[in-house]
Design a protein. Structure first.
Length: 287
């Protein structure tokens, strides 16, 4: 595109230079300087007009959709996070997929079909496509054979150019999964009565059904787990130590709507049973 614009401008300026040379013969060069000044204004104006015309022509060619000019993408798919450093084999790894705009194709379609594939893992769940404002979830289960390596997750839209990838660093399966989830459930439930009383608009109660998804299961000191309900994703993480430093935190994301948490709360000390308080939510997904 840039080379076409430069070519058009160069051709226009060469043509303009020839016209100027024809108009200015040696006799005209002996006229008074005031006459030269009077001529210069229309010549400069013509030069600007030619440059504008050249750029306009080149742009019109590009917009016409010529096959030899690359067309700009009207949308982009985004997988997040881009990399998961501790994806335990045999466990769900929940990735989010979003699009930057509603209209991808020249037809103005507002639905983008999706195709997901990965090497070294099983795709447990994926959206068929995305509508405007959707936040899709892709659940990948890394194979045990992939431990110590990487799993590449690819998502493609209606055009091969509309794609993105994420990398999972696969780690060993959990050695004591039930104990891990039981501890995480205890921490989550420490927040639920307070959320039910202080934030009834969230509709998170003791009757809400959750699916546990262990994350960062090989991290020491601070332990993490996801819990999924129909409406919410809760990330729970807590400091495994003695009071008063045994804090616990949760972050809430509305599933299907939000691409990162919008709410977060903290208990200063689990054993001391301090009352939860609001804190700023994480800037990125915790996975």
């Amino acid at each position: 595109m840039k080379s076409m614009v430069r070519f058009a401008i160069r051709a226009a300026l060469n043509s303009h230079a020839k016209q100027v040379a024809e108009q200015r013969n040696p006799l005209q060069g002996m006229h008074a300087s005031s006459n030269s000044i009077q001529r210069s204004a229309p010549l400069h104006t013509s030069r600007r007009q030619l440059v504008t015309l050249a750029i306009g022509c080149a742009t019109a060619i590009a917009l016409a959709g010529c096959s030899f000019l690359p067309m700009p993408l009207l949308a982009a798919l985004n997988l997040s996070p881009e990399r998961v450093r501790d994806a335990a084999a045999g466990e769900w790894c929940v990735l989010l997929v979003t699009t930057t705009t509603a209209a991808w194709s020249a037809k103005g379609e507002s639905w983008i079909p999706l195709h997901v594939e990965c090497d070294g893992g099983e795709i447990e769940k994926q959206p068929d496509g995305l509508a405007p404002g959707d936040v899709g979830e892709i659940c990948v289960i890394p194979d045990k054979d992939a431990v110590g390596g990487e799993v590449i997750v690819r998502v493609t839209g209606s055009d091969p150019a509309l794609c993105d990838t994420a990398v999972l660093d696969v780690t060993e399966p959990l050695s004591s999964r039930e104990s891990f989830i039981r501890q995480a459930r205890t921490v989550r439930d420490a927040f639920v009565p307070w959320l039910e009383a202080m934030h009834p608009e969230l509709d998170i109660t003791s009757r809400t059904t959750w699916t546990a998804v262990p994350i960062r299961s090989h991290r020491l000191v601070v332990t993490h787990c996801l819990f999924l309900s129909d409406a919410w994703e809760i990330t729970v993480w807590w400091h495994v130590t003695t009071p008063p430093h045994d804090w616990a935190r949760i972050a809430l994301r509305r599933r299907g709507i939000e691409a990162k948490p919008s709410l977060a709360f903290q208990i200063g000390s689990l054993l001391n049973q301090t009352e939860p308080s609001s804190i700023p939510p994480p800037e990125e997904l915790i996975r």
